[in-house]
Ligand binder design. Structure first.
Ligand SMILES: [Zn+2]
Length: 106
């Protein structure tokens, strides 16, 4: 998907590069200018698949470690990859109860 236009797999007309919502995700893809068929960019489709897999399959363990005078929270690589997080990013942290901490992407 390197060009900005592909052919629609339904009607064969040109589909133009676009961004749209899919099941609550903002995704890149192509929209057919004739029939409206939408095709999700393969990278974004892979990201959605990875997130769904994390939601449905298993609990991951995150470790806390002390580095100097600070504590670091080590997030499993599967989560970093699925959410496309970058190093030095910011997460919002909320202590919901003594046993529940939630993190949100800022
Ligand atoms: Zn079409």
């Amino acid at each position: 998907m390197k060009s900005d236009k592909i052919k629609c797999h339904v009607c064969g007309h040109f589909a133009k590069e676009s961004k749209f919502g899919f099941r609550g995700y903002d995704v890149r893809g192509f929209s057919c200018q004739n029939c409206g068929e939408k095709t999700i960019h393969s990278e974004d489709a892979g990201r959605i698949f990875a997130i769904n897999k994390l939601q449905n399959e298993k609990k991951l363990h995150a470790k806390i470690a002390k580095v100097g005078n600070s504590f670091v929270f080590r997030i499993p690589k599967e989560i970093i990859t699925a959410l496309n997080l970058k190093d030095k990013g910011i997460l919002e942290v909320r202590v919901a109860s003594p046993k529940l901490i939630t993190f949100s992407i800022a």
